[in-house]
Design a binder for this molecule. Structure first.
Ligand code: PMP
Ligand code: GLN
Length: 386
């Protein structure tokens, strides 16, 4: 393994999901739904396969139908904020958001550039920054009034003359924090003032239960300096299809495309057509998804609290962060490794998403994107711990 990747082992998601399978445990670790997305969208994929659409290499930027659907989705949900994109020059289809993040960093970061990322961060960020030769500069979210919050002064202090870009994620995995209008306005102001680029991972844009999702690119001065990333995995419950996209003004998008073409070139041919149809689903689909997950969030939050965990408020995503110290435990890794044997549940130690792991040793993340009976079963098992 080369020096750029030496610090990164097997991703925690693979490790914990393998543990869940091996022990027959309920998997509240890796964030994937246990019910697949809409039947009509699966049918659309079958039709595409059968009709020979996408069985050979699709066009490099993505099939036109999907790029147009992404543009229409953007206008529908954020058009009133003035945020629209041209499907021909400003939208690139990628192999999930993961590739979009990697290609953005590989295409935009020079070796030695600093990249600011909110900590805890989704695990591919650190590896992608390293692959791009960048230096990761974490800005740590900390508990405030029962939820994790960003300290804007800390963010401001993290910017140096070497800072190239801010890699943002809202709604935020793993804390469930949704950045507010004021916070985003302050981040936008900072980017403009210090002439920074922004890469913003908004894969949970439709999974907001309290407050609202606002794209960073919709703030003043940001459209021209922002790569916005999203994905079909979470919005349509097809995490295995790996259909994502990046949106940016033509010059920035060209840099992302330059890297992307040599990573996968293209991916997910027939699924691109199906996701084009999914994006056009009526508003009731998006509202139903959100309401269903809100109920699940409430169910798991209450169950975990009942089982003795300290539970932080999650306003969005699939995830809840907990403090295990009230249960008499102090290290999340030990706790998560012993949990399957103790009660048949898998969770993820949040410290793996930190540079300064000791600070987060007591935190454990649970995913609530599972059927209600599964969540009930899991919390009743966890209750046996105390
Ligand atoms: N970004 C964040 C914040 C995530 O939680 C995930 C995991 N779903 C991804 C990106 C990866 O998305 P995809 O599966 O579309 O690559
Ligand atoms: N995004 C999901 C999570 O945070 C899993 C993604 C993955 O397995 N790479 O759990």
């Amino acid at each position: 393994l080369n020096s750029r990747l030496a610090e990164f082992g097997t991703t925690i998601f693979a490790e914990m999901s393998a543990l869940a399978v091996r022990t027959g445990s309920i998997n509240l670790g890796q964030g994937f739904p246990d019910v697949d997305g809409p039947e009509s969208v699966r049918e659309a994929a079958v039709r595409a396969l059968r009709d020979g659409r996408g069985n050979q290499y699709p066009p490099g930027p993505g099939v036109p139908e999907l790029r147009e659907a992404v543009a229409a989705h953007q206008s529908r949900f954020y058009g009133e904020l003035g945020l629209t994109y041209d499907p021909d020059t400003e939208i690139l289809v990628t192999a999930g958001a993961t590739e979009a993040v990697a290609a953005s960093l590989l295409g935009l970061v020079e070796p030695g550039d600093e990249v600011i990322a909110l900590e805890p961060y989704y695990d591919s960020y650190a590896a992608s920054i390293a692959l791009a030769g960048g230096t990761r500069v974490p800005v740590t979210l900390r508990p405030r009034d029962g939820a994790y919050a960003l300290d804007l002064d800390e963010l401001r202090d993290a910017v140096t003359d070497r800072t190239r870009l801010i890699l943002l994620n809202t709604p935020h995995n793993p804390t469930g924090t949704v950045l507010t209008r004021d916070e985003l306005a302050a981040i936008a102001g900072l980017c403009v003032e210090r002439d920074l680029l922004a890469v913003t991972d908004e894969v949970y844009e439709h999974l907001v239960y309290d407050g609202e999702h606002l794209p960073l690119a919709s703030f003043e001065g940001m459209r021209e300096r922002t790569v916005t990333i999203s994905s079909a995995g979470k919005t349509f419950a097809f995490t295995g299809w790996k259909v994502g996209w990046a949106m940016a003004p033509p010059e920035l998008l060209a840099a992302v495309r330059a890297a992307k073409q040599y990573l996968t070139y293209v991916a997910s041919g027939p699924f691109q057509y199906a996701i084009a149809e999914a994006l056009a689903l009526p508003d009731t689909y998006y509202e139903g998804l959100r309401d269903d997950l809100r109920t699940k969030r409430d169910l798991l939050s209450a169950g975990l609290r009942d089982a003795g965990f300290e539970v932080f408020r999650s306003a969005g995503t699939y995830f809840i962060t907990t403090d295990i110290r009230p249960l008499g435990a102090s290290d999340g890794i030990d706790f998560c490794l012993s949990l399957p044997e103790r009660c048949g549940v898998v969770a993820v130690p949040t410290q793996v998403f930190y540079d300064h792991q000791p600070e987060a040793a007591h935190l454990v993340r649970f995913a609530f994107c599972k059927r209600e009976e599964v969540l009930r079963d899991a919390t009743s098992r966890l209750k046996g711990l105390t």
